[in-house]
Design a protein around this ligand. Sequence first.
Ligand code: AMP
Ligand code: GLY
Length: 423
Amino acid sequence: MKMLVVGGGGREHALVWKLAQSPKVSKIYCAPGNAGIGELAECVDIAAHDIDKLLSFAREEKIDLTVVGPEAPLMEGIVNRFIAAGLRIFGPSREAAEIEGSKSLAKRIMEKYQIPTGAYRVFDNSEDAVAYIKNTGTPIVVKADGLAAGKGVIVAQTEEEAISAVKEILEDKIFGTAGIKVVIEEYLEGEEVSILAFTDGEHVIPMVSAQDHKRVFDNDKGPNTGGMGAYSPAPVYSPEIARFTLEKILKPTIAGLKKEGRTYRGVIYAGLMVTPQGVKVLEFNARFGDPEAQPVLMRLKTDLVDIMEAVLEGRLAEQEIKWSDEAAVCVVLASGGYPGSYRTGEKIYGLNQTGPDAYVFHAGTAYQRKDVVTAGGRVLGVTAKGGTVQEAICRVYREVEKIRFTDMHYRTDIGKKALDRPE
Ligand code: AMP
Ligand code: GLY
């Protein structure tokens, strides 16, 4: 089989790495890919959002299956376009992906199908939004309705912060059309967990749990990022919570989407908050998480192509999915300054010295002549397995120490929440 993976970050490297292990796969292309992906696949110089070019490429190369990594092409309807052209593609349609692309739609669906989530209101004018904030009090969460590259959520501790977020989004239009509406949501307190699941539109199979680390500095300090590291499994996700999530969140969401004429096929990602009042949904994403995909796919034992084909052919109910009992931890090595401005083009030293049970997934890297250099905010996702989360943490940080580049920054506490737990 010839495959095309769309995207060029750490998540796509993990997807390519896993797909390359399938005996069914003869060749993988990745558009645009990165330096590390280039070791396993042929990188093609087409941007992930350039659907016209991706479609012509898939036609010309007779690609048997295309897999979409990031959300932007999903929202632009890449899956609809490929299907209309008679090509096989893994991911939700534009209508289904709107569960990520419009937060107000996601909330409306959750309300209609009684999926547990925080109380909320939607506004398109700042006067009403400000009145609501003054009436409700803080902390409160302000969210731009559309896709805002991970920057559209403001957890406001004070009334001033919340009001200025509303004004920036609705009046100054800092997120453009993604900010035509804002969702103002109840602040939820607890521990976060990411649950990714495969679904063919009817049947849902959750993957093993993972926990992301969104803030840039240790102990969850500093601004939010795309994710500075992740580990799997997350002990906060008890068997009881897992049952509740499947029965009361994932299944009714997929059934609800089908009733709405938005049948969902692909990977759905539920960002959950485990609160003292139970589990509540923070958000849905229409794709694998990044960096959650790295530790989760490292634990997947089943051939990913078999699972993807079962999803596309509506036979997920018959598909067995096996996971390693081992834990996995991914530490993101970022460019100093990220998520603000940072330098690129720094030479990376110490790649290719990876020990067993570890893998260095590339995110923002490129070749400059023969050197691998930094080319993004998140540069690498060093990932390792171990018998326990503790063991995987020790192993992953030993691997991290082998790598360096100028102004390299990483968190030293990835996975710590899994260890410091009350009995
Ligand atoms: P999102 O992009 O929706 O995942 O939001 C980014 C981050 O903001 C989440 O991972 C949470 O840490 C935080 N967040 C979002 N919604 C809420 C909420 N209702 N209460 C508390 N924190 C939230
Ligand atoms: N790690 C968070 C996300 O992929 O949205």
